[in-house]
Design a protein around this ligand. Sequence first.
Ligand code: NAP
Length: 328
Amino acid sequence: MSDNQKVTIIGSGPAGWTAAIYAARANLKPVVLAGDGLSRERMPGGQLMFTTEVENYPGFEHGIDGQKMMSVMQQQAMRFGAVVKSSFVSRVDLSSRPFKIWHADELNGDGEEMLVSESVIICTGAAANYLGLETERKYENNGVSACAVCDGALPRFRGKPVVVVGGGDSAVEEATYLTKFASEVYLVHRRDALRASKIMAQRALTNPRIRPVWNSAVVEVLGSDELGVTGVRIKDIPSGKNYELECSGMFAAIGHTPNTAFLQGQIELDEKKYVVLKDRFRSMTSVEGVFAAGDCADSVYRQAITAAGMGCKAAIDAERWLAETGIH
Ligand code: NAP
C-alpha cells in the first residue's frame, strides 16, 4: 500500500462535497481542493453560492439557502475526516500515476504546492454564460438568473412578463418552463432562426405565451435596488434602434462553459470542453484513476441533485478502482 494521498477531490459544489462524504466514509481520507475564492469560478461551494433559495433539492420542504446548503455539506464531509483546503488548482499532470496536482491559495497569498495522489475526482462545475452587461451583474438574484428551473417559480415572476435570451435548446426549454409561471415570455434572439432542435423549437414557437423577439439584443437591464428588474432595453439589430420592454426578470440562456481549462491535453474533453466519461466505471475519464462528476461532465441536467448523485457514483467508483488495483 502506498503512502500517497488516495483520493483528491478538485472542486466543492454538490458533486465535490458528496464525493468527499462517500470517500471519507470509505476511509480514504480525501483531500478537497475547494477553490480559493479569487473569482466567481474559484468560489468554494461553486454556483450555489450565488443562489439565494434552493427549492428543488429533496429533503428541504421549505427550501434552503444555497450558501447554507454548501456549508452543511462541507461540515458533513469534514465530520467523516475529509481535509479541506481553500486552494485553486492551476495545473495537473495526469500522464502517469501517481498524479500530480499543483494548487495555491492566491487570495491569501499562499504559494503553490504540489500534491501527489493515486486517484482524482474532478468536480469543478461549469459557469453559466452571461451577456456581460454591468446592469446584468447588478440585478443577479434580483430578477436576473441563468436557471429557470432554479428560480422560475419565485413569486417575483408569477403572472408577470419575463425575458429569456438565447436561441438554443436551453433557451427554448427555459422559455417553455417559464410559461408555467409568467404571464408571457419574450424569447430574445440575436438572429431570425433558432438553433434549438426542431421539435423543441416548434413546441416553443407554437406556445401562445412565448413571443419571439428576433434579430435583437438586450443592451441594458433596467430596474432599481428596491424592485430589482423592471425591464430591459432591447436593440433591434437591423435598424439599430433601442426600445424598452417591461419585464420582471431576465434569464440568460446562452450556454455554459465548463471549468476544465486546466485539463486541456490531460484527459479527453468533448468539443464544448466537457469531460468525457467512459463506460467501464461510469464516472471514469479517459485516464485510469481519474474520475469526474457534476456539471463539468454534464451539459444536460446541471442540477444540484444530479451533481450530488454523480459525486456519490464517482467516490464509489474510485474506491472500487483503488481496491481493484491494490492501492487501497
Ligand atoms: P447553445 O446550443 O450553444 O446555444 C446558445 C445560444 O445562445 C445560441 O442561440 C446563441 O446564438 C446564443 N448566444 C450565445 N452567446 C450569445 C451572446 N453573447 N448574446 C446573445 N446570444 C448569445 O447552448 P445551450 O442551448 O445551452 O445548449 C448546450 C447543449 O446542451 C446543446 O448541445 C443542446 O442541444 C444541449 N441541451 C439539450 C437539451 C435537451 O435536449 N433537453 C436542453 C438544453 C441543452 P446563435 O444561435 O446566434 O449562436
